[in-house]
Design a protein around this ligand. Structure first.
Ligand code: HAM
Length: 424
């Protein structure tokens, strides 16, 4: 026999015992989006590879090592999206949203992202993000709104033990000077840093500060921070962000080493870390990206946003014993007592469903006893028993499994009878 095919490494099936938890998180996200005035969009899963190379940055880990890139039958290079921000800005420009009177465009989307990373708890090769973007204005208070939105989502989900870390990563005016200062600091240390850090020295020295190896971390401890080299404009922007965060009562830590893994960030960068996740502890990350639109061939269009990993939200909530709603349940089971009544039962099922009552019947040939047992195990509220004599008289037996009471009810009246019973 041929070996059975398994899912590829790093991807997960979200099965019925978990999918309802996801639905709960998505429902909450949708509600928060509405309350903050963000409109939902659905974006393509794949884009031209160029979008990510230019948008995210050629020297980032995501673009260098983690993209799922392929050629389609028309010899175009396409890539499964590793994130949604570049696509969101592309869509904003492509549909002329910059010409709308309403700015910023406040958009959000949810869906799978793909990165070829080493799988571990909370890190997958296909994972879901909730992505929120406010595109079109430079106002630092929009940064505050974005951070607030993420925190409000976590608050409504009941998540605790979270830490907000923020930084400013500067802008094209202040970064070159900083880059030079950082390179001067790093140069004598290079032989002692890991290969990845050495490789980053010329191409993207800021990323060296994000190396997770303890040896590199220790060596670069005294590195100058971008924060201390900010230009006047970036400094003022950051001050307003801090004042805004204070105004909304958000507690945060300033982490001058926070640089984030994507190159498009300017000014504000932030992450929310969960104390219950282990190594992959960021439940969301985001920041401002004022030059992303230009990098992908558009005009100057500032923007700010964040993305939250759905798997990490669910993991954190489970770890903290938070409610994720309830699994959906069928209320009524229809049980025909004879095979000849199965078709009749199908008709009754249809009228129940038409009345908005969640109902099902057995198709696997189980005995009545076993159907009743399953019904009570699955939390069914009542069963409709169709017997030959009763059906001939135009009635069916309705048994309330909560009270044990049973009554014969005219077949046409069963839906309204049950609707009333379920409300009691
Ligand atoms: P990111 O930090 O790369 O940012 O990802 C955002 C979040 O997605 C992370 O904090 C984490 O919760 C989740 N995540 C990332 N990679 C994985 C993975 N391999 N497995 C599971 N979860 C993961 C971005 O993607 C930016 N586009 C965020 C943004 C939006 N910046 C501005 N606007």
């Amino acid at each position: 026999m041929a070996e059975s095919i398994k899912a590829p490494r790093g991807v997960r099936d979200i099965l019925p015992d978990e999918s309802w938890k996801w639905a709960y998180v998505l429902k909450m996200a949708r509600k928060v989006a509405e309350d903050f005035g963000y409109e939902e969009v659905h974006l393509p899963i794949f884009e031209h590879t160029e979008l990510f190379c230019r948008g995210i940055g050629d020297t980032t880990d995501v673009v260098e090592k983690e993209m799922y890139t392929f050629e389609d039958r028309g010899n175009r290079s396409l890539t499964l999206r590793p994130e949604a921000t570049a696509s969101m800005v592309r869509a904003y420009l492509e549909h002329g949203m910059n010409k709308d009177a309403r700015q910023p465009a406040k958009l959000w989307c949810a869906g799978p992202m793909f990165r070829y990373e080493r799988p571990q708890k909370g890190r997958y090769r296909q994972f879901w993000q909730l992505d929120f973007e406010a595109i079109g204005v430079q106002d630092p208070l929009v940064d505050v709104e974005i951070i607030h939105l993420s925190l409000e989502l976590y608050r409504r989900l009941g998540m605790t033990n979270l830490e907000v870390v923020i930084n400013s990563v500067g802008c094209p005016a202040c970064r070159p000077k900083y880059r030079e200062a950082l390179q001067n600091f790093l140069e004598p240390l290079l032989p002692d840093l890991c290969e990845t850090c050495q490789g980053r020295y010329d191409r993207n020295p800021l990323r060296i500060l994000d190396c997770k190896r303890p040896e590199c971390k220790e060596k670069t401890e005294g590195a100058p921070s971008i924060f201390d080299s900010l230009c006047q404009e970036c400094r003022e922007h950051f001050d307003t962000v801090r004042q805004g965060l204070e105004a909304i009562g958000a507690r945060y830590t300033l982490d001058k080493r926070l640089v984030r893994g994507l190159d498009y960030y300017t000014k504000t960068a932030y992450e929310v870390l969960s104390g219950d996740l282990g190594a992959q502890n960021a439940v969301c990350g985001g920041g401002r990206y004022d030059h992303l639109a230009e990098a992908i061939g558009g005009p100057f269009v500032p923007g700010v946003g964040f993305a939250a990993g759905v798997e990490r939200i669910v993991l954190t909530m489970e770890q903290q014993g938070r409610s994720l709603g309830e699994p959906p349940r069928v209320d009524i089971a229809v049980i025909p007592l004879e095979p000849s009544l199965r078709v009749e039962a199908m008709g009754l099922l249809a009228s129940l469903r038409k009345a908005g009552i969640a109902a099902s019947m057995d198709y696997a040939g189980k005995t009545m006893k076993s159907q009743l047992k399953t019904a009570s195990q699955e939390g069914i509220q009542a069963v409709c028993i169709l017997g030959g004599d009763e059906v001939a008289q135009g009635v069916g037996g309705v048994k309330n499994l909560r009270t044990g009471e049973q009554e014969n009810v005219p077949l046409q009246e069963i839906p309204s009878y049950l609707a009333k019973m379920l409300q009691e």
